[in-house]
Write a protein that binds this ligand. Structure first.
Ligand SMILES: Nc1nc2c(ncn2[C@@H]2O[C@H](COP(=O)(O)OP(=O)(O)OP(=O)(O)O)[C@@H](O)[C@H]2O)c(=O)[nH]1
Ligand SMILES: [Mg+2]
Length: 618
């Protein structure tokens, strides 16, 4: 009995092997637009044009014959005939993605060098053409020394030609069975050769595609790429301070004007106090940060729209793998820079439950936009607006450092969690990179408007409510003659009771007090301080963000202010985040864990910052 001959489909992940397999055999293998779909070999029957049946084997995608993962191992063993009782495949069909030819040629050379009969299926030529790339299969064939057939697996194009080439390859090899394996090339040598072969196969390439390829070469370069990303982020945080000032001035002017009108038109009394100290000082002190939030999001939206953000994710993938997370966690973590709530919801796209849990647990450490007002007001108050280099403002630098502190903290925590409570292997991830595009002004405007609206709505609802409650607690009971209102009030009493806990990390009583309403939303810390100082400082007529800044500058020492900033890098100051974490993890166990470890981190880091600053004589 003669065993039917076998033909194997080999190539990089996502080249379209399974799609070709299905088209050639009528099978229904799972295909999908991401690498690593096929993880086992699957056999089917292919009838050659001569009517002769052969066994076609679909193999997992692979980057190299030096297998690193179990699925790649299957491919290697099959191609080299290492499976017990199975012969080597008679013909290897090497499936290449025409749109990513250079990358795919790296592995292709390794296969061709085996000296076995090979037919190249130059697949996805439709995508290449869509991108403005016209390839010459004959040129490719003469560089590689094997037949090349252009195919579009999903549209059944080139299938007959491919089957014929398979039949021919078999016979040609039967005639010259003595083909010698070629000398082994190292990976860098194969990379270089891949570039030259790919270049030689290009008939024409549109200007746009060349530009995009050139951009990617720079932006995704393993050395230059991260540097550029870092530089861009650096500029963003500089801009948040440098560009916002005139706009902040406008809003401040408007608040002052409003406060003036209220002060002169309302009679002295509780209503006037409520409006000036509670609403205008409290809510107004938060609204003033709108320009900074808009600037931050303008940058983020532009990076998303141009396709740069996906490249940033790609660059971060290796870093993420280093701490046991996959690049899949990047997008959820990135959304957490706006707010941890959508970020935690976005983790639903992470298949591995432990990957997902780890991502949820660290998401609150990404600096959400609610922290920006807190950071901004304290930085403006205690960090001098000097420059530390050409065009580098110290305030922007400190803000940048706070964002980095949150990211580093998250990475370290992920590393620890992945070795302890959420132990497990990291899953690989390679993402499709979208094409570069110029952002559309209209989309940008809509995106910014949405962000601004979310922020203003928060100011009008949750921040307003928390400020009003705090104002009531600060205003009653009324102080006796000679007593300070802060000491006498309910809020003051609460703060005094909590103070022993926070005294060791350098917090003063107003800061301690601000922590409580800030559980509703972090920005409330700002409005709370503003209201507290407005009530405490009855002499002043000015009750704006500028006044708050002056109060902080006058009353807080630098170590105290830095400790407060360090606290907010980590503290899980937001009940809605905890509630979402509960919903997404189906229970209180993980949210409680999250609360506990984040508060502990916040406390420890505030303390370290405070005492280190004192030791440094700041
Ligand atoms: N436009 C176009 N899409 C294709 C073509 N061939 C495959 N695809 C698509 O490319 C994606 C990947 O195809 P698969 O067949 O799963 O790729 P694979 O090589 O088996 O990938 P792994 O199993 O992960 O190694 C799927 O979304 C296919 O629909 C083609 O010629 N043209
Ligand atoms: Mg497959």
């Amino acid at each position: 009995m003669t065993r039917s001959r076998t033909v194997a489909l080999v190539g990089n992940p996502n080249a379209g092997k399974s799609a070709l397999f299905n088209a050639l055999t009528g099978a229904r293998q799972k295909i999908a637009n991401y690498p690593g779909v096929t993880v086992e070999r699957k056999a089917g029957r292919l009838t050659l044009p001569s009517g002769e049946p052969v066994e076609l084997i679909d193999l997992p995608g692979s980057y190299s014959l030096d297998a690193s993962s179990p699925d790649e191992e299957v491919t290697r063993r099959f191609v080299l005939g290492e499976f017990e009782g199975e012969a080597k495949p008679e013909v290897i069909v090497l499936v290449l993605d025409a749109a990513n030819l250079e990358q795919h040629l790296v592995f292709a050379q390794e296969i061709i060098a085996l000296g076995r009969p090979v037919v190249v299926a130059l697949n996805m030529i439709d995508l290449a053409e869509r991108d403005g790339l016209v390839l010459d299969p004959d040129a490719l064939s003469s560089s590689l020394g094997v037949p090349v057939v252009a195919t579009v697996a999903v549209r059944r194009k080139g299938l007959v030609e491919l089957a014929q080439a398979i039949a021919d390859a078999e016979h040609r090899f039967d005639d010259h069975p003595d083909a010698e394996p070629q000398p082994h090339l190292t990976l860098p040598e194969r990379r270089l050769a891949a570039r030259n072969i790919a270049k030689a196969a290009i008939l024409s390439e549109s200007k746009g595609r060349r530009l995009h390829a050139g951009l990617d070469k720079v932006l995704l370069n393993p050395w230059i790429g991260p540097f550029i990303l870092f530089a861009i982020l650096f500029v963003v945080f500089q801009a948040v301070f440098a560009w916002a000032d005139p706009f902040i001035g406008l809003i401040e002017g408007a608040t002052e004007w409003l406060a003036g009108i209220v002060a002169s038109s309302l009679p002295d009394g509780i209503v006037r106090d409520f409006i000036t100290e509670g609403v205008i000082a409290g809510v107004g002190s938060v609204v003033v940060f709108l320009p900074q939030i808009v600037i931050l999001f303008a940058f983020i939206l532009v990076m998303e729209a141009t396709g740069y953000m996906a490249r940033a994710a790609f660059l971060m993938d290796r870093l993420m793998a280093g701490v046991g997370l996959s690049g899949r966690s990047f997008i959820p973590l990135l959304s957490s820079f706006a707010c941890a709530i959508p970020g935690i919801m976005a983790t639903r796209s992470i298949a591995d439950p432990k990957d997902r849990l780890t991502t949820i647990l660290i998401a609150p450490m990404m600096t959400c936009s609610a922290r920006l007002p807190v950071y901004a007001v304290i930085i403006a108050a205690v960090i001098p607006a000097t420059t530390v280099g050409p065009g580098i403002g110290l305030q922007g630098l400190v803000l940048f450092a706070l964002y980095i502190a949150g990211i580093l903290g998250a990475l370290v925590v992920a590393l620890v969690l992945r070795r302890s409570v959420t132990k497990g292997g990291a899953s690989g991830f390679i993402m499709e990179l979208p094409r570069y595009q110029l952002p559309r002004l209209k989309d940008l405007a809509i995106g910014l408007w949405q962000r601004a609206w979310v922020f203003l709505r928060r100011a009008g609802t949750i921040i307003f409510a928390a400020t009003v409650i705090l104002w009531l607690l600060l205003t009653f009971p009324k102080a006796n003659e000679g007593e300070s209102q802060l000491d006498a009030s309910f809020a003051g009493q609460i703060a005094t009771a909590m103070q022993p806990v926070f005294e060791p990390v350098g917090f003063n009583r107003e800061m301690t007090l601000a922590l409580v309403p800030a559980m509703a939303a972090r920005e409330v810390a700002v409005s709370s301080l503003a209201t507290t100082y407005a009530i405490d400082d009855d002499g002043s007529e000015e009750q704006t963000e500028a006044a708050l800044r002056d109060q902080i500058a006058a009353r807080w020492s630098l170590p105290t202010a830095l400790a407060f900033l360090a606290w907010f890098v980590f503290a899980p100051q937001c009940l809605s985040t905890i509630a979402v974490a509960r919903r997404e993890t189906n229970g209180w166990k993980w949210p409680s864990f999250m609360l506990a470890y984040l508060f502990a981190l916040a406390y420890v880091f505030a303390g370290i910052t405070y005492w280190a600053a004192i030791a440094l004589g700041l």
